[in-house]
Design a protein around this ligand. Structure first.
Ligand SMILES: Cc1cc2nc3c(=O)[nH]c(=O)nc-3n(C[C@H](O)[C@H](O)[C@H](O)COP(=O)(O)OP(=O)(O)OC[C@H]3O[C@@H](n4cnc5c(N)ncnc54)[C@H](O)[C@@H]3O)c2cc1C
Length: 407
């Protein structure tokens, strides 16, 4: 019997994974291999963990959590390729890349894990210019279910490399290291504004934000009687101001707008509040390939009371310049992503999702998992599902990596 005592075993009882039979914090690839060898003897399922921010708890009671937080090294080489340990979190990633004058397009939320974010796609304020986080992935090291350690990229284990880019985490193996082609870190205009008339703002935003030049990403949240626009622009200040004037002319009464110039991208991210849905709220979401009708938007806005909130994320731009079958991320023709967020147990979340769903594209972001979906395979993977399912069968035939809605 493999003995795990020499490893950094954190539970039973470890607060971040209370349901798990064991949590093992790994500090090396050989730690990961040993945990997989142990699970092969016991028959336990394996759940990898990067930042631990998954919206749903994927660990069964007999599951072993492989916590990668002990593997968080970040280095950038002379060609601008960043090698990032799978346990690194976004705040540390942005800060380390900033030291080299580089960055990657990735999400907000300093504590979100680079691994989970990348494996499901990775949407962020530079995405309309540079694509998803997974679009910048050029290679990865992975420990597979059979305990082999493989390097994958365009030429080696290319099917694994394809599948890692957007199918969602925890499906094919334990990623221990990710390599990204970084981009020069831009200085951006940080944009935050509040408007008084949500109906006209939602209409104006839908017509404007998904069609804006790639350098401008502005997202929208609506709560109560107020609409808040927030985002960043890599374009010159005068161009940015002209675009915002165009929006304001259509969006009705402006309460306040704050435009800060020359903010390093690595800093602007953490100035926006990124709420953890696990902390006291429930959300559902869907992509939209078409503008929502005024009738449906009106219906959604009518129900917004208390903590209920709508969040619109602009897609388009570089996200959509990759073919759907080129990576596992299948959602390449969308205009925006809409989230309905409320208190846990508030029926409005489902009611609003159902109302919006009539006009949505039926596609759901794999990083925003939703256990209420009727056909999760179609929603998360669309036309890429048959290829992903065949690859899953091949690389994890005994389903060492398994959870509800897994491939
Ligand atoms: C506060 C907050 C802000 C967010 N902001 C954004 C945003 O701006 N943009 C965006 O696109 N998304 C955002 N998200 C969603 C986020 O992308 C997902 O929650 C993501 O899955 C989190 O990854 P993680 O590593 O932190 O979580 P985990 O729970 O550790 O992992 C998520 C999934 O990936 C698997 N996984 C993790 N590490 C590995 C690994 N090394 N190898 C194999 N599988 C692995 C896990 O098993 C799990 O299935 C946000 C979430 C939160 C909570």
């Amino acid at each position: 019997m493999i003995d795990l005592n020499a490893l950094d075993v954190l539970s039973p009882g470890y607060e971040a994974s209370p349901k798990a039979k064991l949590t093992v914090r790994c500090h090396s690839v050989s730690d990961v291999v040993q945990v997989l060898a142990y699970a092969a003897e016991t028959g336990d399922r394996i759940v990898p963990r990067g930042g631990g921010h998954c919206f749903v708890d994927r660990c069964p009671a007999d599951g072993i959590v492989v916590d990668l937080s002990g593997m968080d090294r970040i280095a950038v080489d002379d060609h601008g390729v960043a090698t990032i340990g799978a346990g690194a979190r976004l705040g540390a990633v942005y800060a380390a890349l900033h030291e080299s004058g580089r960055t990657i397009p990735a999400g907000c939320g300093d504590t979100v894990g680079i691994a989970g974010l990348t494996l499901g796609g990775g949407i962020g304020l530079l995405g309309r210019q540079y694509g998803l986080t997974c679009d910048r992935l050029v290679g990865a090291q992975v420990v597979l279910a059979d305990r082999s350690v493989v390097e994958c990229d365009e030429h080696r284990e290319s099917e694994l490399f394809w599948a890692l880019r957007g199918a969602g985490g925890g499906q094919f193996g334990i990623v221990t290291e990710l390599r990204f082609a970084t981009v020069p870190e831009p200085s951006v205009c940080r944009i935050e504004g509040r408007w008084a008339e949500p109906e006209s703002v939602v209409k104006a935003w839908q017509d404007w934000a998904p069609n804006a030049p790639d350098g401008l990403t502005v997202n929208l949240t609506v709560q109560g009687g107020q609409a808040t626009l927030f985002g960043a622009s890599t374009m010159p200040p005068e161009t940015t101001r002209a675009l915002l004037r165009e929006f304001t002319a259509r969006a009705g009464v402006l309460y306040a707008i704050d435009i800060r110039l020359d903010v390093p991208y690595s800093m602007v991210k953490s100035t926006f509040r990124a709420e953890d849905p696990a902390e006291g709220s429930r959300s559902r979401s869907e992509f939209f390939a078409r503008t929502m009708s005024e009738r449906t938007a009106g219906e959604l806005l009518k129900g917004l009371e208390g903590n209920r909130r709508l969040a619109f994320t602009a897609m388009g731009g570089a996200y959509n310049r990759v073919a759907e079958e080129e990576t596992a991320f299948a959602h390449r023709g969308e205009r925006f992503l809409l989230e309905e967020i409320g208190d846990p147990g508030d029926p409005w979340v489902d009611e609003a999702w159902n109302a919006a769903h009539a006009e949505g594209s039926g596609r759901v972001y794999p990083n925003f998992p939703d256990l209420a979906l009727e056909d999760p395979a179609e929603a998360y993977h669309a036309g890429n599902y048959p290829r992903l399912a065949a690859f899953k069968k091949n690389c994890d035939p005994h389903r060492v990596f398994d959870f509800p809605q897994a491939l």
